[in-house]
Write a protein that binds this ligand. Structure first.
Ligand code: URA
Length: 424
């Protein structure tokens, strides 16, 4: 077999056989196939797509590239959650401890930033000392003792996704339904949970931009789940605007803590309560309405917050040292009117460019930078009123690039609903 023939076959939009996908993936993992050939194959997949069978094969091969976790050593029901990625999406930081406080075990493998979207692991690493890797034994022990553990894509789990994910991030090969579905589902299946809640983001700040593609992605991931006997629920949610007010690693950890204190933005609250209720309903085999009541109670009585601190401590993090850049740009509105639109993609790219994300594989993240939105869609804004704060270190940023992300009009526009559809 030959990698050039495989790339050529996909370039000509022909179906790849299991053995061909296996050859490409396994030899990329063991270093026989270089980055430039793998990125060429990935681009051919982005452009020509894959059949469902090819996606099932790719997912299976990625799972088999490493170990799979047997969670039978965990007492109680284990539920997992994953987002397809967006701007300001900090829900895992809030949901993992909140759902654990409800009595559901959360054993979660998360990713780093991908394309313009942020990643849970980068956010958690804003917390000094926080360990995102641990042995399998420690992972199981922590889930049993604390109820929740969140780890990175460790070498022993889906190494193929770990390597391909990092390559996609810097080669413009992120936005592909087959690649997203196989990446997410290989990790979810290898990490062992029986039930999985997926937040499928749609909009300009997401990896899929229209509702038809979001439905396609959701249905494909549900089908993959069925192949492995996993119960998957997909919640399609709006990503045409950033989620919450904070974009950037440390800022998002701070907003997560505020949400667990009961002081989160309305959209973040709505999303964590909805996703949390599905996770608890699956985990405790409870009616959705009852599960929702339980999630709200644990948010209000701050047991979720308590669990967050316990979980951070268990992973050696020191939350007291969390901080932001001292260099702050105050962004003021150029006109008076209603805030009609906030360009999620534009702001996501700005945060990435000022150091909050990666442009090259080995780039170091600047956890202290980010954007704090002081106004939300629908708010009335006066000329010269502050609409956002930008926390920045030694990088030049054009103010007009920022201002162009905020559309202000004379009439109040329609506020899009956050939760679009639920597919079970
Ligand atoms: N999250 C993942 O884990 N993989 C993707 O490809 C997209 C989002």
């Amino acid at each position: 077999m030959n990698i050039l023939e495989i790339i050529d076959k996909k370039r000509l939009n022909k179906r790849l056989e299991y053995q061909e996908i296996e050859y490409a993936v396994m030899n990329y993992v063991n270093g026989q196939i270089p980055d430039y050939q793998m990125s060429s194959l990935l681009m051919a997949i982005v452009l020509n797509g894959m059949t469902d069978e090819e996606v099932f094969d790719l997912t299976d091969i990625m799972i088999r590239s490493g170990d799979t976790i047997d969670l039978s050593a965990i007492t109680g029901q284990v539920v997992d959650k994953h987002s397809t990625g967006g701007i300001g999406d900090k829900t895992t930081l809030i949901l993992a401890p909140l759902v654990a406080a409800c009595g559901v075990k959360v054993a979660k493998m998360s990713g780093r930033g991908l394309g313009h979207t942020g990643g849970t692991i980068d956010k958690l690493e804003s917390i000094e000392g926080f360990k995102v890797e641990m042995s399998f034994e420690d992972f199981i022990k922590q889930v049993n003792d604390v109820g929740v553990a969140v780890v990175s894509q460790m070498g022993y789990l889906v190494p193929a996704d770990k390597k391909i994910y990092a390559l996609r991030d810097i080669t413009g090969t992120v936005a592909s339904i087959p690649l997203i579905a196989s990446s997410i589902m290989s990790k979810k299946i290898a990490s062992g949970a029986d039930s999985i809640v997926l937040d499928v983001k749609v909009g300009n700040g997401a990896l899929v931009n229209n509702i038809e593609d979001a439905r396609k992605l959701a249905n494909l991931m549900i089908k993959i789940g069925k192949e492995y006997d996993r119960k998957v629920i997909c919640v399609i949610t709006d990503m045409d605007r950033p989620l919450g007010r904070a974009i950037g690693n440390s800022l998002e950890v701070m907003e997560s803590i505020n949400t667990l204190r009961g002081k989160g933005p309305d959209d973040v609250n709505e999303l964590v309560i909805t996703l949390g209720a599905y996770m608890v309903a699956l985990g405790l085999q409870m009616d959705y309405k009852e599960a929702k009541k339980l999630v709200i109670t644990k948010l209000k009585n701050r047991e979720g917050l308590k669990k967050f601190f316990e979980f951070v401590k268990a992973q050696h993090g020191n939350i007291d040292t969390l901080n932001l850049s001292q260099n702050v740009i105050s962004l003021k509105s150029k006109e008076t009117g209603f805030l009609k639109r906030i360009d999620a993609l534009g702001l996501g790219n700005i945060v990435k460019d000022i150091g909050g994300g990666r442009k090259l594989k080995d780039d170091k993240i600047d956890h202290q930078v980010g954007i704090l939105l002081l106004k939300q869609i629908g708010d009335y804004v006066l000329k010269d009123e502050e609409i956002a704060k930008v926390y920045i270190n030694d990088i030049d940023l054009e103010i007009n690039r920022l201002l162009n992300c905020f559309e202000i009009t004379s009439e109040v526009g329609e506020i899009p609903s956050l939760i679009k559809e639920v597919i079970e």
